[in-house]
Ligand binder design. Structure first.
Ligand code: PMP
Length: 431
């Protein structure tokens, strides 16, 4: 496979776009460098790059594209929205419909507000929690990524961890001091932090199923205990469901796991691929936000009709009976196939999978918190990534990211992917 045009376009991009990419996780720095592939067209589970190479896609744009590329129902919704004018600066009926649809699926969203990205959604839930409780500090879990607002760029996973800056420059010491980081799935560490700071903890920020140092599930009882301890201390529980909302079930991870936060931040899937974020939760807390209350949050682009109609269309596709069972079936088939290859070629690697999302880690035996994922072999993953790309399989260029299945993936896609993994592992470079 040749990438000549992508290489040329990347050089061109580097002269005008910072680092050649508009989000750092798109660079190949975390997989040994090189020019990222420039995609020009996506359709279903596949896309085609500028050199006309075809790929099976497991990036799914870092999660949002759960119905595959250019799903006709979503494409039509976006076309219809464009024809009606893309931005009004007034309320629309679509926002009512969508908010109601979200609340039906995720009942803890007693009131909802639409914003434009996951970053905005999380950033605002923190402000709301601080405003409501009159407290300052936030507890987060190491290696979780909650967007790029100042407060959460401390011990951040995903892109910041991949690129070696989990604690971003430019975040002042005073801001960093407001964030307490504890290991995921470690209740004793969480309790210690809560005991030490409890009178000043505004909220605990949780990815209820982690997606940002790979897919990592909470240990049984962990989220329930976090809820109890947090509420006992008079603080709020905020779930960051930017990845997880509508990824594992028609609803949030909270609905799948039977746990309930006070506030929830969402993004990605709920826009059907267009920019969106949303936050919501308990009515009494949400009513502290303007225009009803003193905590301010606003947005010229918020609730724009194109994103809202695209999001509604995406959820309509996901409502189809059997959607999540099928994602799980294909996920299990992919996991089993790769696991067989791991055993056949004696590759030291482990897979974490939940339904239609998984991560493959090299040179560790289990991953339950960030340090495990951090210890996994990034150099091997980088080689695996590049060899899979040559095989026509597009993964996220980081050992910390997930593989995402879509409703457009087929048994043939999975078979082809497993066959590619066999060829790559049989090279002898991974044992
Ligand atoms: N929270 C989580 C859990 C995320 O995975 C991400 C993005 N990967 C964000 C927040 C930030 O969302 P966005 O990139 O839309 O700002």
């Amino acid at each position: 496979m040749q990438f000549k045009r992508s290489e040329h376009l990347f050089k061109e991009a580097e002269n005008v776009i910072l680092g050649g990419v508009n989000s750092p996780s798109r660079s190949y720095k975390g997989v040994g460098g090189g020019s990222p592939v420039f995609m020009k067209k996506g359709s279903g589970s596949r896309f085609i790059d500028e050199d006309d190479n075809e790929y099976i896609d497991y990036l799914a744009a870092y999660g949002p594209i759960i119905t595959g590329h250019a799903h006709p129902h979503i494409t039509k919704a976006i076309q219809d929205a464009a024809a009606d004018g893309v931005l009004y600066g007034t309320p629309t009926i679509h926002e009512n419909h969508f908010a109601e649809k979200l609340r039906t699926a995720i009942p803890s969203l007693e009131r909802v507000r639409f914003v434009n990205s996951g970053t905005e959604a999380v950033m605002t839930t923190i402000r709301v929690a601080r405003g409501y409780t009159g407290r300052n500090k936030v507890i987060k879990f190491a290696g979780c990524y909650h967007g790029h607002s100042d407060l959460v760029l401390v011990a951040a996973g995903s892109g910041p961890a991949t690129l070696g800056s989990p604690d971003s420059a430019g975040v002042t010491k005073n801001i960093a001091a407001e964030v307490i980081t504890v290991p995921f799935n470690n209740l004793a560490a969480f309790e210690d932090a809560m005991t030490q700071w409890q009178d000043d903890i505004a909220c605990v920020l949780v990815e209820p199923i982690v997606g940002n140092f790979g897919i990592v599930e909470p240990a049984p009882g962990f989220l329930e205990a976090v809820n109890q301890i947090t509420h006992d201390a008079g603080a709020l529980v905020v779930y960051d469901e930017v990845i997880t909302a509508f990824r594992f079930t028609y609803g949030g991870a909270q609905d799948l796991l039977g746990v309930k936060p006070d506030l929830t931040a969402m993004g990605k899937i709920i826009g059907g691929g267009l920019p969106i974020g949303a936050y919501g939760g308990r009515k009494d807390i949400m009513e502290s936000v303007a225009p009803l209350g003193p905590t301010y949050q606003a947005g010229t682009m918020s609730g724009n009709p194109a994103s809202i109609r695209s999001g509604i269309a995406c959820l309509e596709v996901l409502e189809t009976p059997g959607t999540y069972e099928e994602l799980d079936r294909l996920g299990a088939k992919l996991e089993d196939g790769i696991q067989q290859a791991i055993e056949q070629y004696q590759i030291p690697a482990v897979i974490n999978r939940l339904k239609g999302a998984m991560t493959l880690y090299f040179d560790v035996t289990e991953v339950t918190h960030y340090d495990d994922a951090d210890r996994s072999n990034g150099e091997k993953f980088g080689r695996f990534f590049k060899m899979m790309l040559q095989e026509g399989i597009n993964l996220a260029p980081s050992k910390f990211e997930a593989w995402f299945l879509t409703t457009a993936h087929t048994d043939d896609d999975i078979d082809a992917t497993i066959a590619a993994v066999h060829r790559v592992f049989s090279s002898g470079e991974f044992a």
